[in-house]
Design a protein around this ligand. Structure first.
Ligand SMILES: C[S@@+](CC[C@H](N)C(=O)[O-])C[C@H]1O[C@@H](n2cnc3c(N)ncnc32)[C@H](O)[C@@H]1O
Length: 269
């Protein structure tokens, strides 16, 4: 979300087809600059949950992954999937964008750590029922689909009983502020209850980028309705030593309020 407030930005409903077209186009076009800007911070074989920098190696939100089948949904360049593979997991990395998956393939060549890459929409996972022990994503897919409840149901379907689903998204309360890492981003101006997606559009009015807000309660209800049991909502604190600005995430804002929420859920055994 860039929230420039200028022409080409609005909050409006989008159709599912318009949404998926915009997301695929955006992430294909943005893949090179996303990796150029964030690749070093994300690492080539590393699992960071969020711009705060929280590492799975420290957080252990997925539990012991050795010998577990793990799917990373909305993997981008799949650094997390490669890290999981080095920890003994059997990993599949999935993303909507061919552009992002090209970076994943390049990073596999470079690092020598290979995981199967699948191009697919998280709304329709081409994966067998109850075939994974763990599903996870750091900011992949969930904020970019018009029906995140459907993603919860899809993940529930492919995860085994007793399996985990852990996903990181922008903290819902961030949506009340301008998307500004500076002082401007400390002033609340939007309603927390406005669920209309943030949309950037081109000259013809066609959506080119779509991102969706859900309240904390919405997220919990979607998980519970799918059948999951919520076990935690992690709100990583901004570490003193992290000086980087990532879009609207910054040390200034991070010191005051959370930028990320990580929902941790299990499928009942
Ligand atoms: C902010 S990036 C996060 C990528 C990666 N997880 C990371 O930590 O860098 C969002 C990713 O979600 C993917 N994505 C968006 N919509 C998706 C969908 N419907 N199904 C699967 N992936 C999707 C994008 O292509 C992009 O790679």
């Amino acid at each position: 979300m860039t929230d420039t407030g200028g022409p080409g930005v609005t909050r409006r409903a989008v159709t599912a087809a318009e949404n998926v077209r915009a997301s695929r186009g955006w992430w294909d076009a943005d893949a090179d600059s996303y990796q150029a800007e964030h690749g070093e911070f994300l690492g080539e074989v590393e699992f960071r949950w969020c711009p705060e920098g929280l590492r799975e190696a420290d957080a252990h939100l997925l539990g012991d992954v050795r010998g577990r089948r793990v799917v990373e949904v909305g993997c981008g360049a799949a650094a997390a999937a490669r890290w999981l593979a080095t920890r003994g997991a059997e990993v599949v990395a999935l993303d909507l964008s061919a552009g992002m998956l090209r970076h994943a393939a390049d990073a596999a060549d470079h690092s020598g750590v290979r995981v199967p890459l699948v191009q697919a929409d998280a709304m329709r996972l081409p994966l067998a029922d109850e075939s994974f022990d763990i599903a996870c994503t750091a900011f992949g897919a969930v904020p970019f689909v018009d029906d995140s409840a459907a993603v919860m149901r899809e993940v529930f379907r492919v995860v085994k009983p007793g399996g985990r689903w852990v996903f990181a998204v922008t903290h819902p309360m961030r949506w009340i502020f301008l998307d500004d890492p500076g002082e401007g981003g400390l002033v609340a101006i939007h309603s927390y209850f406005d669920r209309r997606p943030y949309v950037e559009f081109d000259e013809s009015g066609t959506a080119t980028y779509v991102e969706h807000h859900r309240t904390v309660g919405d997220r919990v209800r979607e998980l519970v309705a799918a059948g999951f049991v919520l076990t935690d909502i992690v709100e990583p604190e901004w570490p003193e030593e992290n000086r980087q600005v990532w879009g609207q995430w910054s040390p200034l804002r991070g010191r005051i309020f959370p930028g990320t929420s990580i929902f941790c859920a299990v499928k009942p055994a």
